[in-house]
Ligand binder design. Structure first.
Ligand code: GDP
Ligand code: MG
Length: 162
């Protein structure tokens, strides 16, 4: 069974963009992957030596449901099947109250988490991550899903913790 890496985060932080980049090499949808349910997007990818399953939790629920319930369901599903969580934030927004709330919930899960500070192409990567140390999830990882910055290192980092 391949390791399952799950993307978590507010709308518009770049989850689907990162999903597409991480699955580009083997753009397979695996809706029937054993043991996985259907309301998320699954893909198989490989960057570096080993393949993985990547899960995009975006789009769960409806707009009417509200951000609170949406996040609750994302987190709940992540508990069920993820081997590693990628919690994505947007450096342009800085650390928002929703980010703080999601971080609090994720810390309780006891799963390995990497905090990914996306859109780091829009400013100095060192500055991009500074606001996010206070989430208490360890060293934030600067990345750019659109430019491909920090992605290979991120995947290597994930595999080191599996
Ligand atoms: P999601 O709602 O979390 O899935 O976010 P999307 O992947 O749909 O991205 C939301 C917007 O952010 C889109 O306009 C993307 O092109 C943009 N975006 C995503 N990643 C990056 C990035 O690394 N840098 C910049 N500058 N924009 C990004
Ligand atoms: Mg999305």
């Amino acid at each position: 069974m391949l390791p399952v890496i799950t993307l978590i985060g507010r709308p518009n932080v770049g989850k689907s963009t990162l999903f597409n980049r991480l699955t580009r090499t083997r753009d397979a949808l695996v809706a029937d992957f054993p043991g996985l349910t259907r309301d998320r997007q699954y893909g198989i990818g490989r960057i570096g030596p080993r393949p993985y399953v990547i899960v995009d939790t975006g789009g769960i629920g409806s707009a009417a449901e509200g951000i609170e319930a949406l996040m609750e369901r994302q987190v709940q599903r992540a508990v069920e099947e993820a081997d590693h969580l990628l919690f994505m934030v947007d450096t342009r927004d800085g650390c928002t109250p929703e980010d703080v709330d999601i971080a609090r919930r994720l810390r309780r899960l006891g799963k390995p988490i990497t905090l990914v500070v996306n859109k780091s192409d829009t400013m100095d990567p060192t500055l991009a991550v500074t606001d996010f140390h206070r989430l208490g999830l360890g060293d934030p990882w600067a990345a750019s899903a659109t430019q491909g910055l920090g992605i290979r290192g991120l995947i290597d980092h994930v595999f080191e913790q599996l």
